[in-house]
Design a protein around this ligand. Structure first.
Ligand code: ADP
Ligand code: MG
Length: 264
């Protein structure tokens, strides 16, 4: 029976369509999209700008409702849930990570990660323990009291990932999480996602960078609101390998600089 549970999709999308209506204009952002995602998958969503990727993520994250079609999150038809129950269900199941981090600028790293736990009514002592554990997990234990403007882009995104993890979600939805980052910081973010996925969290990540998508286990392609391709990645690139290569290159460069510099 346990095995059977594992084999049930955590996400089922059936003929999902989203039409945005503005005045007399109708814009079909998603058109009859169907796919499943199983627990433990790491999926990247690719497609040109305007192809419906963010629209899909908003629907998967229950932040918006489809014009037609059905969506089951962990076997639950989310269209059958009322607003309050839906919000609670979403907060329990899903952690969100965005391109522009969406942290509160006046709060430090600790307070940003703590906020959802305050809303959830968790005690101060327990919050302290959870927040410190998560900031350590993303490698920021020495930046606990820095505010977003005192952190690099990569560090800020790591705070956002820690915040996405506070309610112990089974799914992470990330919309272009490396879009504003340099290559090295992007690899660090992908390393964290790969570790989380190794630990069993299902991840769906939007990216327009092919290099980034090759870190995931499956790529679904969108064009003009339609799902036009679904491919398995046999040997995903490991971010830790790339980061090791970067470190080696840097070491080599530094060595060359020392050898080239005139002796005093
Ligand atoms: N809130 C909205 N109201 C009207 N049109 C929208 C809205 N959000 C997105 N769109 C349109 O829907 C299409 C898909 O957008 P989006 O899902 O943001 O694409 P992507 O994330 O792939 O760039 C685009 O043509 C966009 O202009
Ligand atoms: Mg988008």
């Amino acid at each position: 029976m346990f095995k059977n549970e594992l084999n049930k999709p955590i996400i089922i999308v059936e003929e999902l369509t989203k039409i945005y209506k503005m005045d007399s204009l109708e814009l079909k952002a998603l058109s009859n999209v169907s796919f499943n995602v199983y627990p433990g998958e790491f999926v990247s969503v690719m497609g040109p700008s305007g192809s419906g990727k963010s629209t899909l993520m908003n629907l998967l994250g229950c932040l918006d409702t489809p014009t037609s079609g059905r969506y089951f999150l962990d076997q639950q038809d989310v269209s059958k849930l009322k607003d309050n129950t839906l919000a609670a269900f979403r907060n329990k199941k899903i952690g969100f990570v965005f391109q522009n981090f969406n942290l509160l600028p006046k709060l430090d790293a600790f307070q940003n990660v703590e906020l959802p736990l305050i809303y959830a009514g968790v005690s101060r002592a327990e919050r302290n323990e959870i927040v410190k554990k998560l900031l350590k997990k993303v490698g920021l234990e020495d930046r606990i009291h820095h505010r977003p403007n005192q952190l690099s882009g990569g560090q800020t995104q790591r705070v956002a990932i820690a915040r996405a993890l506070v309610n112990n979600p089974s799914i992470i939805l990330a919309d272009e999480p490396t879009g504003n980052l340099d290559t090295h910081s992007g690899e660090e973010i992908m390393q964290i996602f790969q570790t989380l996925n190794d630990e069993g969290i299902t991840i769906i990540l939007v990216t327009h960078e092919h290099d980034i998508s090759l870190h995931t286990k499956r790529i679904i392609h969108f064009r003009d609101g339609q799902l036009v391709g679904d491919e398995k990645i046999k040997n995903p690139v490991r971010a830790e390998d790339i980061l090791q290569d970067f470190a080696k290159q840097k070491e080599k460069q530094e060595l060359e600089e020392i050898q080239l510099s005139p002796k005093k």
